[in-house]
Design a protein. Structure first.
Length: 596
């Protein structure tokens, strides 16, 4: 075998491939291998026949990125537009006011619960196939949903659409990494939503994680505007604006998905078909889904009907049992099968950061729904006017995202960024709660300015959480850690909206009583402040994530190590490898040389 063709992973301090290093030892011997590596005389290829990159033109690369960005915007539209459509859907499908949050959370709960599962599917099967099949499924389901006559079928198929949508995120992210060269990834991820779960270097993550990314921020802002424009369609049984929104989604998705089958280059995995399905973990995904759904139902009914009623106690007490079963089941599975290995929680600061992340996207969810309902129902404004009133939040988030992408040094101390950004978010909610009418003079005094500094600050904190998680874990579990973070963000929003729906009924008058809206704002404010205090108290500064490497097996992302282009070992890259994967051995050798 040619020594130059051996794959031993990437050499930017992020990964090492112990199997290939063992092969290197066998071919060269310990001393020769170390000498060759240190002199930088060996050229190492990380490609393999199955994952070798296809040479693509720049035009085709960026056209593919447009498709991936559209898929992410579809996911964002699938809940942001429904801040506008919640009330019309409740009227059309006879949904009780206390259950209105399920119009949004039926999608987001299923979406978050299956992210880890589809991350594993992408590891085992072709990312192209997962992406294209999932995209087609989302398009077909949107068409079916547009004709549904009752709330039960609506909730069920919205949840199924959330499952299909969760396949797009890890598949699209993997395809971006495969298609673009390392030097192009930072720009690509600034355009595409920077969803955690990437298998890229920590330096790139810190540089590319501009919060939600450009397409994510645009999706959040354009979703409510598109919904507002569609609201001008005359109401009818099968021509309601929300039905046409689903049909518009189908018109956008299905042609693009069909084109993707031809346009996206092959993304083949190992050709070893020996029961790859056995490495999947559908039971873990179902247990997580059941636990999250039970928790959300319990909180919704508890706030609506009382905390001592069976409608609250049964699902709320069932939820922790299902969570315990999930963690127990995952702990008993081999690392290569579990969607969430138990060793992940041993990483310093990982648990407290994931818990704190519950309040991040909930900041936008809680005030978006309340503002839109107050503007449209209480003050009788048009849906498009309500959407325009929310533009400052979207613009502030987009500006913050852009600034963080241009000046990544702002996040050099993510804990400080999280603390200051969250304080601005808390201050914004204090001012929101003091508004009575939320329009006219109240809008400019209590709403407009807090929208700007609150949204910008929360975006900085949100991005800081992303960077902190991804730079605190060993590279071998970057994909798992990022997926867990995304689950936390989605679950936090779903739970917050469920509690808010119940708090809207605490006093007579529902949304028409400003005291109910204030109660939901104070709840979100209090939870955010509590989580911030817990984060500051329990966070322990760590010099490097390497201490956690021993807690996690490197087998989890081994496939990703083999797909990087040819590089020579020079300069700082020399210190990232050690024969037999033993970094201490290399350090000892260099120490002995200094002594000599």
């Amino acid at each position: 075998m040619n020594q130059k063709d051996m794959a031993i992973g990437r050499f930017d301090g992020t990964y090492d491939n112990s199997e290939s290093i063992l092969s290197l030892d066998k071919c060269l011997g310990d001393s020769q291998a170390l000498s060759a590596l240190e002199k930088g005389e060996m050229e190492i290829s990380t490609s393999s026949p199955e994952t070798e990159k296809v040479a693509l033109s720049q035009r085709r690369k960026w056209s593919l990125l447009m498709i991936f960005s559209l898929s992410m915007m579809v996911d964002v539209w699938s809940y942001s537009a429904f801040y506008i459509f919640t009330d019309p859907i409740c009227k059309d499908l006879n949904i009780l006011y206390e259950q209105q949050s399920w119009v949004i959370t039926s999608y987001s709960v299923a979406f978050s619960s299956f992210l880890l599962f589809f991350g594993r599917v992408v590891d085992l099967y072709s990312a192209k196939d997962v992406f294209c099949h999932g995209f087609v499924a989302v398009g077909v389901l949107n068409l079916i949903i547009s004709f549904l006559p009752d709330k039960f079928s609506f909730f069920v198929l919205r949840a199924v659409a959330g499952v299909a949508g969760s396949a797009l995120v890890p598949a699209a992210f993997r395809l971006v990494v495969e298609i673009f060269e390392p030097s192009e990834l930072s720009k690509a991820f600034s355009i595409y939503v920077c969803v955690p779960g990437s298998i890229v270097s920590r330096e790139l993550l810190a540089d590319a994680y501009g919060g939600k990314g450009i397409s994510g921020a645009l999706g959040a802002s354009t979703g409510v505007i598109i919904a507002g424009l569609l609201s001008y369609i005359p109401e009818a049984t099968q021509s309601s604006p929300w039905r046409w929104f689903h049909r518009l989604m189908t018109i956008l998705i299905l042609p693009t998905a069909g084109f993707s089958y031809w346009f996206i280059p092959p993304s083949e995995r190992k050709k070893d078909d020996n029961a790859r399905w056995r490495l999947l973990d559908p039971m873990g995904a179902l247990l997580m889904l059941g636990a999250v759904v039970a928790l959300t139902i319990g909180l919704t009914f508890g706030a609506s009907y009382g905390w001592k009623t069976p409608s609250f106690l049964v699902p709320f007490l069932l939820s922790p049992i299902l969570f315990i079963l999930f963690f127990f089941y995952e702990a008993r599975l081999p690392v290569e099968r579990a969607i969430l290995p138990s060793q992940t929680w041993k990483i310093p600061n990982f648990t407290i950061t994931i818990v704190f992340a519950l309040c991040m996207t909930a900041w936008w969810a809680v005030n978006y729904l309340a503002f839109i309902q107050v503007f449209t129902l209480v003050n009788k404004e048009t849906a498009i006017m309500a959407a325009v009133r929310l533009v400052p939040e979207a613009v502030a988030a987009l500006v913050a995202t852009t600034c963080l992408a241009i000046f990544p040094s702002i996040l050099s101390k993510p804990r400080l960024s999280i603390f200051l950004g969250t304080l601005l978010g808390i201050a914004a909610y204090i001012m929101f709660a003091h508004s009575r009418t939320m329009v006219g003079e109240d809008y400019w005094r209590y709403i407009f300015s807090p929208m700007i500094f609150g949204s910008a600050g929360t975006m900085v904190a949100y991005t800081g959480v992303n960077v902190l998680v991804m730079t605190s874990v060993p590279s071998e579990i970057a994909g798992v850690a990022g997926s867990v973070l995304q689950v936390s963000l989605q679950v936090g929003s779903a739970v917050a909206l469920s509690v808010q729906a119940g708090l809207f009924t605490v006093h007579p008058g529902s949304i028409y009583n400003s005291a109910n809206v204030q109660a939901s704002y104070y709840f979100q404010l209090g939870v955010t402040a509590l989580l911030l205090v817990a984060f500051i108290v329990f966070y322990k500064p760590s010099k490097a994530p390497a201490s956690a490497r021993s807690a996690v097996s490197p087998v989890m992302n081994r496939n990703e190590d083999r797909r990087k282009p040819v590089k020579k070992l020079r300069g700082r890259h020399r210190s990232t490898l050690g024969c037999r994967g033993d970094r201490e051995r290399e350090e000892g050798e260099r120490s002995r040389r200094r002594d000599v």
